[in-house]
Design a protein around this ligand. Structure first.
Ligand code: ADP
Ligand code: MG
Length: 686
């Protein structure tokens, strides 16, 4: 039933609702509040606490229109007990100021903050009370919904309330047979929906705010279930398709292993064997290889590539940055060309004739092609693409996975896919977010690695750090100095790096200091990297372009500026550029005091451990799963009510029930996906 069937909902409102993905009355039932406001009672001003939202009544004692600096209206409010509260408005009409004359009684709702002169509310909602009138309280907690420009909370809540009057009987609403529901999600769906849309005044606001009410748990369970079965179904559909058999005779792989200067770790061998088994099957592989920075994922990728080449198929390897793609190009050339396997380079910067010729060779069947992720988005045709390898892509969502797969299809055969990531995704998250992928973990570092000694040092001791750097380089060590200006502009970042480069070059006479940033030409970048790799540069000043994948085993010192402003995952990645060789490595986290609590906790975590898995768990605790998975950026797995870390305990039951539904009630699976994931999903068409 379309939303326009509700009384009072015309085409204009329907268009706004459509922007929120709300087309039907059913969609409205499942449009859940983000949070709640309590306007069921008044709080005496004396009881207000900073950070909380509250409703108060008071009389205007004094009004001031301040014009110095930013124009603002400041109102002092006093309640019956004589306690004062400041109200501040930055946007206001003159008429509004007139109505707030001393003596006027106001009913205000807003967030309480600690202002310079006591407690205050900035831009509270307020209503002028008639003299002697008793303010009316709302009967229920007010839900606050996600909304869109032009559609106010009141109007949206009213529309949802109308939709709720059409909520069918329990039996018609329930998609999961009640006897299949696990105990912790035992409430009826109907009761749960009514509760979250209209919690009674006695509801525990703290429990609701934390998302821990049984009604919320019931809905979270169903949402996670819908996500899970949709990924499972996608996976089943993919596995239904056919991929080339990439069994190969192992000859090229054996020759590579023989030529390597090291012996693969047991973990590398195990994961390579898992990949090889997938490749030898006609089901398209979808495997995520997870391995901490420096665990040697590149070798696993190279072995997979050779399996495809042995079988006469092509391989595409993509990396997120041009720098990393270039590095792979160098490694693969070093490893594969002696075996007689040419390596083709396709990057955005490759233009004109060279590009045309490269494209022709790829179309004619060049065995190994390396480039950035953009490689696959452009009009590249392969003769016989058998395997796609995507490196260092933790922000790689279902949508991208599907897009790549579609691009690579040749005839009726789908290529296999291998995704490499250094982001150790905690198990619970992996289960929920990557139910459509198999996961292999390289849980061992090559031998001889020692943990990176990590210290946090305040900016004002910068001179000491530079002196230590000088001493280390004098002993022949090589260092990265990373400038991490959080700027969106590549130009500003480049300028910052140039300034530090000048500073260090002046402070370190006799040492060669190089510079690397995103504004340099590819050839320049390559030359600098090559010089650093060859040991001709002692110090490499760089922006975060070196964050992922860069591998110079001899570098053993890392200085990270503004470390207090970076997230744990990024710091771990950056630090992972050192500690790759046999030398003991060290990392200096320069920070600008004073440190906030979160920043302190992050830097402490890094000082205490180099274990990417523990760091990821800590990250999850500090930031929440959306950020850990990078889903906030890609909009993937945006959950309405479930929270992967809070509701992790539900996941085993979600999995069990998911299997059962897929096996015994496929029609309900469809309905569940439509209800929670709806039209936004491409799943249906996969
Ligand atoms: P990552 O998993 O971070 O991509 P790389 O594949 O870049 O790691 O490997 C890191 C470094 O370790 C490289 O210099 C690589 O040649 C080296 N390496 C990989 N496997 C081994 C091994 N089994 N023994 C010793 N060194 C290894
Ligand atoms: Mg790598």
């Amino acid at each position: 039933m379309p939303v326009t069937r509700l009384p009072g909902v015309g085409p204009a409102q329907a268009a706004m609702l459509a922007r929120l993905g709300l087309d039907t009355v059913r969609d409205l039932w499942f449009h859940l509040p983000l949070r709640y406001e309590d306007r069921t009672r008044l709080t005496p001003i004396a009881d207000l606490v900073p950070g909380a939202r509250a409703q108060v009544v008071g009389e205007v004692a004094h009004v001031e229109h301040m014009t110095r600096g930013r124009s603002q209206l400041k109102v002092w409010l006093a309640d019956a007990a004589g306690q004062g509260l400041g109200l501040r408005f930055f946007h206001f009409h003159r008429s509004q100021a007139g109505r707030l004359a001393p003596g006027t009684r106001l009913l205000c709702y807003g967030e309480v903050r600690q202002g310079g002169l006591g407690l205050e509310m900035v831009h509270p909602e307020y209503r002028v009370l008639e003299p002697g009138a008793v303010p009316t309280m709302e009967a229920q907690l007010s839900p606050v919904y996600p909304t869109t420009e032009g559609l106010g909370q009141k109007r949206l809540a009213g529309t949802i309330a109308k939709a709720l009057t059409l909520l069918p009987a329990e039996s018609a609403l329930e998609l999961i047979p009640p006897s299949w529901l696990p105990e912790e999600a035992g409430m009826s769906l109907r009761a749960a929906l009514l509760y979250v849309h209209r919690p009674p005044p006695e509801a525990d606001l703290a429990e609701l705010a934390a998302g821990r009410h049984p009604a919320q748990r019931r809905l979270a369970f169903e949402e996670l279930l819908a996500q899970h079965v949709s990924l499972k179904r996608l996976r089943a559909l993919i596995q239904h398709q056919r991929a080339p058999l990439l069994a190969g005779d192992g000859a090229l792989r054996a020759r590579l292993l023989e030529a390597l200067p090291f012996v693969p770790t047991a973990a590398q061998r195990r994961v390579a064997a898992e990949v090889a088994a997938d490749l030898a099957s006609a089901r398209p592989m979808l495997r995520l290889v997870q391995g901490d920075v420096g665990s040697g994922k590149t070798l696993v990728a190279a072995l997979a590539a050779l399996a495809a080449v042995e079988a006469g198929y092509q391989v595409a390897l993509t990396a997120p940055t041009e720098l990393l793609a270039e590095q792979h190009l160098a490694t693969f050339k070093r490893w594969l060309e002696p075996l007689g396997v040419p390596v083709e380079w396709l990057a955005g910067k490759l233009q004109g004739r060279a590009r045309r010729q490269a494209l022709e060779r790829v179309a004619a069947g060049a065995p190994v092609v390396i480039g950035t992720h953009a490689l696959m988005q452009e009009g590249v045709t392969f003769a016989r693409l058998g395997l796609v390898i995507v490196d260092e892509q933790h922000r790689f969502g279902v949508q991208q996975r599907l897009a790549l797969r579609d691009k690579g299809a040749s005839g009726t055969l789908m290529p296999h896919q291998l995704v490499l990531t250094a982001t150790p995704i905690p198990r619970t998250l992996a289960m929920a977010a990557y139910a459509d992928l198999d996961v292999s973990v390289i849980d061992e570092l090559p031998p001889g690695r020692t943990p990176v000694r990590t210290v946090a040092v305040a900016q004002d001791r910068r001179a000491e750090v530079i002196e230590r750097l000088r001493a280390a380089c004098a002993q022949g060590r090589q260092a990265y100095w990373v400038c991490t200006l959080i700027e969106t502009s590549e130009q500003l970042r480049a300028q910052a790096a140039e300034a530090v480069h000048a500073e260090l070059a002046a402070a370190l006479p006799g040492l060669r200091v190089g510079l690397l940033h995103g504004r340099m030409k590819p050839a320049q970048k390559q030359a600098v990297m090559a010089a650093f790799q060859a040991g001709e540069l002692s110090v490499l000043v760089a922006t975060t372009v070196i964050e992922v994948g860069v591998d110079v085993p001899r570098a053993s010192v890392m200085v990270i500026e503004n470390s207090e402003r970076l997230g744990l995952a990024q710091l771990h990645q950056l630090r992972g550029r050192v500690g790759r060789g046999a030398d003991e490595s060290s990392c200096v986290l320069l920070y600008q005091p004073p440190l906030g609590e979160l920043a302190r906790s992050r830097l402490n975590t890094l000082r205490q451990t180099c274990d990417g898995f523990r760091i990821a768990e800590k990250d999850l605790e500090l930031r929440g799963p959306g950020e850990v998975l990078g889903t906030r950026q890609t909009g993937e797995l945006c959950l309405r009510i479930a929270d992967l870390s809070r509701d992790a305990a539900l996941l085993p039951a979600v999995q069990r029930l998911g299997e059962r539904l897929l096996a015994e009630a496929p029609a309900r699976v469809e309905a569940l996906i439509a209800r929670w994931i709806g039209a936004a999903a491409r799943y249906a068409r996969a």
